[in-house]
Design a protein around this ligand. Structure first.
Ligand code: ADP
Ligand code: MG
Length: 355
């Protein structure tokens, strides 16, 4: 479950008044003075029915028909984005369309799967065609970039909410799971975790950053790049992997639990420099890196023998890959080796919607 801190959003959140749930038909069908409102089916045709590349039957029937290649397993994941919980209701719908698909693709990347098909569940408070048009633009921009067919969905009236289910393919037995880490494996993180958390802090007016850094951080929050190419390249290289959505430390704990081991993170290896360069002070940079959400970077373990392969991959993909620590045999124990050599529990944790 990809989560976004409700508590951090409160104060900015505009609550939607309670709406009657139901089909997305015109609110006042008998109002002859108003311009005719497009039906639910017309909206789907206009905004969500696009040609597909690798689908037998797509939008328009009761179910889509797809054909996974032989020897492949289907990798399936779903994520919801709820207005006020995962995003500000006034977020640019183009960014939202991108992000709704991107966060799902990130889950496939984390399995080492190839993305193929998506379905979209959409609850809308009312028919707002400029909004729908921009939302669809963002969604299809992401779909085109990563070769995904939108093959179906459901559209209904309700408080603004977006659910995407994604289907990918991975050769039988080749998926990179959370339970494969071994003591001695090294721990790696892709890209620049922490920028998105700085972006959220900017939007909430909790920090002020120089304009260029602010723009970069907000972009990281609203336009995450799913690391699909990296995920595919890590088959046979990474021993365990997940994508970081709820904070690096909290998500690393999921690998430790599933793999039955512990970890030691080395504070001197943490990629803090870009966060400091953006204008964060050291404690904030560290908190954003270790516990900020919405990174959608890949966190993985790999045997030390893979260092050269990973360095080459980083160059090839033009994506930083940073070694930040190693897996230990101490089940469930996550420790941070401080700059002065002390070994301490990290004083930050991931986000939990229900904690
Ligand atoms: P049904 O009533 O049989 O469930 P719907 O009327 O909900 O079908 O949808 C009609 C067609 O439009 C289906 O093929 C469905 O998958 C597709 N569809 C509905 N909403 C969306 C959406 N938001 N994005 C993509 N396809 C959608
Ligand atoms: Mg339906």
């Amino acid at each position: 479950m990809h989560t976004r801190p409700t508590d951090r959003m409160q104060g900015r959140m505009k609550r939607h008044p309670a709406k009657v749930c139901g089909k997305l038909t015109p609110a006042h069908p008998t109002d002859h003075l108003a311009p005719p409102m497009p039906s639910e089916f017309e909206l789907i045709r206009r905004y969500f029915n696009r040609p597909c590349a690798h689908t037998d039957l797509s939008v328009g029937d009761d179910a889509a028909l797809v054909r996974p290649a032989s020897g492949m397993q289907l990798a399936i994941s779903t994520d919801m984005l709820i207005a006020g919980t995962h995003f500000f209701p006034d977020t640019d719908p183009c960014d939202l369309g991108w992000k709704a698909l991107a966060v799902n693709l990130s889950d496939l990347a984390a399995m080492g799967a190839q993305a193929r098909w998506a379905v979209l569940g959409l609850a809308l408070p009312d028919v707002d065609e400029p909004w729908l048009s921009r939302f669809a633009d963002g969604l299809f921009h992401c779909a085109d970039q990563y070769g995904v067919d939108l093959v179906g969905g459901d559209t209904t009236r309700g408080p603004l909410a977006i659910g995407v289910t994604i289907f990918g393919e991975v050769p039988n037995g080749s998926a990179i799971r959370r339970d494969g880490a071994h003591p001695g494996d090294e721990i790696w993180i892709s890209g620049q975790p922490g920028l998105a958390a700085l972006g959220l802090a900017c939007l909430q007016q909790r920090i002020t950053l120089p304009t260029a850094a602010r723009t970069r951080c907000i972009h990281a929050l609203q336009h995450p790049e799913p690391r699909l190419a990296l995920g595919l390249a890590l088959r046979g290289v990474a021993s365990a992997m997940l994508d970081v959505s709820d904070g690096l430390i909290g998500d690393l704990n999921h690998i430790l639990e599933r793999s039955g081991c512990g970890a030691e993170i080395d504070a001197t290896l943490l990629p803090l420099a870009p966060l400091l360069a953006a204008g964060a002070d050291e404690p904030l940079a560290r908190r954003c890196l270790l516990a900020g959400g919405d990174d959608y970077e890949l966190l993985f373990s790999a045997p030390p023998s893979m260092q050269t392969t990973l360095a080459a991959l980083s160059t090839q993909l033009q994506l930083p890959l940073t070694r930040i620590g190693h897996i230990t045999e101490h089940r469930g124990q996550l420790l941070l080796r401080e700059v002065d050599g002390r070994l301490l529990p990290p004083l930050v944790s991931g986000y939990d919607h229900f904690a």
